[in-house]
Design a protein. Structure first.
Length: 206
């Protein structure tokens, strides 16, 4: 791992310590998760939040992350199985999950269009997506994104409306709701018209 990647790993791991059991309960309640369901946390890092969601809901929670050191830590947590891979080419069959989480990770994904289509593909029809991001229209968020770019991280943030449109294009309908400060959450449902059984062609033009 490069020194830069290692620095980002440590930064992300530290930030993930903010998650508590009540955050897991809030997500389980918001998504109506019940025991036995299957949840994917894309860019779930070291699996702190995934663990809390698993404990609160009784669901199986998988973490997908492209950072090997984070995946190793996440995989050691109760209720969590972690897989090394990229959000733009998820190593799961179609319609595997009841819910997909992208919490503070989507703006870091380099190939976002493919990640959105992959999210639709691995979700069952009627499955839910929860994305938590910060609105780049806010000054505080822009400062954070600028810092992240300066330290070499991939950063492509979206306004709440632009993010909802991206998911709409892939067959995920929903809306973004503003939270406190510069935060917002998109909650969407995968409709029947989402593409399935199609491998992603990274060179395809929309
Ligand atoms: C800011 S951290 C958020 C971690 C966790 N979701 C949380 O809220 O604590 C962003 C995470 O996204 C992961 N990530 C970024 N791009 C990714 C990609 N293309 N595929 C998989 N994981 C990715 C990073 O490795 C990192 O663990």
């Amino acid at each position: 791992m490069s020194a830069h990647a290692s620095k980002s790993s440590a930064r992300f791991a530290k930030a993930s310590e903010r998650w508590t059991a009540s955050d897991g309960t809030a997500i389980a309640t918001e998504l109506g998760l019940s025991a036995g369901c299957s949840v994917l946390d894309v860019g779930g890092g070291t699996g702190v939040l995934a663990h809390h969601v698993a404990a609160a809901s009784g669901c199986r929670v998988a973490v997908l992350d492209h950072d090997p050191s984070a995946v190793a830590i996440a995989d050691s947590r109760d209720g969590v199985s972690a897989v090394l891979g990229d959000a733009s080419a998820m190593p799961f069959p179609d319609a595997t999950f009841d819910a997909v989480l992208l919490i503070d990770s989507f703006h870091h994904v380099a190939d976002q269009r493919s990640a959105v289509r992959e999210t639709a593909r691995v979700l069952r029809a009627g499955g839910l997506v929860l994305v938590a991001e910060r609105d780049p229209a806010h000054f505080a968020a822009m400062l954070t994104y600028t810092y992240e770019r300066v330290i070499g991280e991939s950063v492509s943030p979206h306004t709440p409306q632009a993010l909802a449109e991206m998911f709409h294009d892939a067959g995920i309908e929903g809306e973004s709701r503003l939270g406190s400060g510069d935060s917002y959450r998109f909650l969407g449902v995968r409709t029947q018209r989402a593409p399935s059984n199609k491998r992603i062609n990274p060179t395809a033009r929309r």
